[in-house]
Design a protein around this ligand. Structure first.
Ligand code: F0G
Length: 462
């Protein structure tokens, strides 16, 4: 029996859930074209689609909503947010946005020049799309271990400096003007970067005039792993680790819907010395998001975020948060369900290639596995494989990434231990009948970020 994870909070309000039958769910699945993004939330029992915007806020955050100052310009909540960003992350300048991809859009449009190479530690869907829309050429510089679900390497988020050096040698330093680093890599399974790696990267980039911009969407979870695993950090506070991570960058963007512990919001932030870029982004924010003192967020949302940024750095919260994810991971591992190891920060990732070895990757095994888990128990998860990776813009072929995963993403402070046990049972029930699961073919394929709206049909079995 895996160790439990006592939550340092209790329940004050409940939201009832609808229990449905397998037959009903099968009909829902067919109507949704086997895409879990197209299911109605009312038809889902346990929603592990994403940890994005799904957090439960604390009573202090709800009280903060009542202190919303909805002035068009200069809301007091904006200044509170800037103070929290400065205190927790150490950045001097903030441009608020409606969510993470709004920040990515402003950043890449203002920083990139057509033809620039954009090295990242793996990719995130919207980040890569915005880099490409701004004329950038994405290049993956994550360590090889990150592409191997079985590798137990503790720092699968690390940047491989040899890969970066090779890019600089190939394209020249004038085309590699930045590196984008995500501390805690979503697509690799919620895997952290070590502080040692960030330091080494910073020193290499300084020597070569390359700027570092971070995607700090799940930075507190990365800080938790550093505190737990990296020598010398056990006695540090999470806040100090978080600031130290940010100190190795020139600026960052955040989807506050994750480690901001809020339901909507995001921002760009810059250290001193980046005033030119900050001013360019601040001038563009008014075109796409809103005035530079709200950027698409309501005053009350900025207040909740200012509070959330501080709450997420509480060590006992993070221990329970990551402990809950690990609990589910251990339940599935005990039954030999193929998983990404080690367990990450925000979810449990199933290795669909091994789960459904009889399917070719172009029959979208992870897409079908997510569909089957929904039909089985009403648990909604998400494909993170060939469908999410999309097509190569040059060849038009599926990218066929090495990782073909289903993500069971755990919302923060929302579900209980029993919900984790029920989820494990649903996955294990599909595992027992895995040989009979057919593949999928596209019925409708959108041109951009296809995984959100695509529809599929099962391939008839002989
Ligand atoms: N960066 C990372 C690492 C993300 O995980 C996300 C969103 C974004 C940027 C974009 O932020 O959604 O606020 O516009 N991830 C969600 C997910 C959608 O389910 O993983 P956004």
């Amino acid at each position: 029996m895996p160790r439990c994870f006592p939550e340092p909070y209790k329940i004050k309000m409940v939201e009832p859930l609808q229990v449905t039958t397998k037959e009903y769910r099968q009909r829902c699945l067919e109507e949704a074209g086997y895409n879990t993004f197209l299911l109605a939330s009312k038809d889902v029992f346990i929603d592990l689609l994403t940890d994005s915007g799904t957090s439960a806020m604390s009573d202090v955050q709800w009280a903060g909503l009542m202190r919303g100052d909805e002035a068009y310009a200069g809301s007091r909540n904006f200044y509170n947010l800037c103070e929290a960003v400065q205190e927790v992350l150490g950045y001097a300048h903030v441009v608020p946005t409606h969510q993470g991809r709004g920040a990515e859009h402003l950043f890449f449009q203002n920083f990139l020049r057509a033809g620039d190479v954009v090295p990242m530690n793996m990719y995130f869907t919207t980040t890569r799309q915005h880099a490409e829309l701004a004329g950038g050429l994405f290049q993956d510089v994550i360590v090889d271990e990150a592409h191997d679900p079985a590798s137990r390497f503790p720092w699968k988020g690390n940047v491989d400096l040899e890969k970066l050096r090779a890019l600089v040698a190939k394209y020249g330093a004038d085309r590699v003007r930045m590196v984008s680093v995500a501390p805690n890599v979503n697509m690799a399974g919620g895997q952290p970067c070590s502080m040692a790696n960030l330091k080494e990267l910073r020193s290499y980039c300084k020597q070569n005039g390359i700027r570092i911009f971070m995607d700090i969407t799940r930075i507190a979870e990365n800080a938790h792993f550093i505190k737990e695993r990296e020598e010398g950090y056990a006695q540090w506070s999470i806040k100090d680790i978080v600031r130290e991570i940010c100190a190795h960058s020139d600026g960052a963007w955040m989807s506050a819907k994750k480690d901001g512990l809020v339901n909507i919001g995001g921002f760009l932030a810059f250290h001193k010395g980046q005033e030119d870029l900050f001013e360019q982004c601040r001038s563009m924010v008014v075109v796409y998001e809103g005035l530079h003192t709200y950027g698409g967020m309501a005053g009350r949302d900025m207040e909740a975020l200012a509070i959330g940024l501080r709450e997420v750095c509480q060590a006992d919260y993070l221990a329970a948060r990551v402990g809950q994810v690990r609990f589910l991971h251990e339940l599935l591992d005990e039954e030999k369900v193929p998983l990404v190891h080690p367990c990450g920060g925000h979810g449990v990732f199933l290795n669909a290639r091994e789960f459904l070895p009889h399917l070719d990757q172009d029959q979208y095994p992870a897409q079908m596995l997510a569909a089957q888990i929904y039909a089985e128990g009403g648990v909604r998860s998400m494909e993170r494989g060939n469908v999410s990776a999309g097509r190569d813009p040059e060849t038009g072929q599926n990218r066929r990434p090495r990782l073909e995963l289903v993500r069971l993403t755990i919302p923060r402070r929302v579900y209980t231990q029993t919900h984790m046990e029920y989820t494990a049972e649903s996955v294990i029930d599909v595992f027992r009948r895995r040989e009979k699961v057919p593949g999928l073919a596209f019925a409708y394929e959108p041109a951009m970020l296809r995984f959100f709206q695509a529809q599929f049909a099962p391939i008839p079995q002989e």
